[in-house]
Design a protein around this ligand. Sequence first.
Ligand code: ZDP
Length: 278
Amino acid sequence: MAIEFTKYHGLGNDFILIDNRSSEKPILTPEQAVKWCDRHFGIGADGVIFALPGQNGTDYTMRIFNSDGSEPEMCGNGIRCLAAFLSDLEGMSRTKNYYRIHTLAGVITPQLAVDGVKVDMGLPRLLAGEIPTTLAPADAKVINQPLEVAGKTWDVTCVSMGNPHCITFVEDVAAISLESIGPQFEHHPVFPQRTNTEFIEVVSRDYLKMRVWERGAGITLACGTGACASLVAGVLNDKCDRTATIELPGGPLEIQWSEVDQRIYMTGPAERVFTGKY
Ligand code: ZDP
């Protein structure tokens, strides 16, 4: 049976979107998602995202499989793509410019704006037990703490945006050999759920450069949850302001950690590329 899909990307972080509104369960298995994401033998993507019926009074539910078939709790660039996809699906019947989306990281609210999609990403979580990491006692934060990886000591800060992130500030992001170091962070025994890994170069207090090694997807051109987590890490280490531009290989994201409600707001693009049947 042929299944319809639409390809979207947010700053080159690309996803296959599937209209799964008529059933509670993703219509693909994780194994199928791995095949669809293959860039040589499939469609090619960093993940597959399913638009499912809402739960607990939300408009829709998002589920995502990484390109390795694992299921993350949240996906920042992906939820902007989902909002654009839902708006396209609803077409003229769309009644509002935001969606309340049920995710494994809680309710996330993307809002359609003229310059892209602005997402209320919720509260960052900072306790070691919430990340999760064994780098500190479960009720302590991990801020600028030494971690031994690849024979070197890195000073890391850990933040959860629903999914785990390990952030390191470096002099020069271009000099990091992500392909070799990334997997060693991802699979380090102090991260029982593995981790996404971000390297950050501070250009100024409102401009950071980031490169990312994603859990379950490897090097990607952008990571929305990673950009949010990195801004939080920057504020905790007094390296940046609460509002900053994060430049990723695929382009910039605007991130704000609100002083009013302590929530994280992310603004960035979401673009449809093509539709097809598989
Ligand atoms: O946590 C994980 O396993 C990530 N690979 C999920 C995807 C994160 C994403 N790149 C983002 O933008 O937040 C989609």
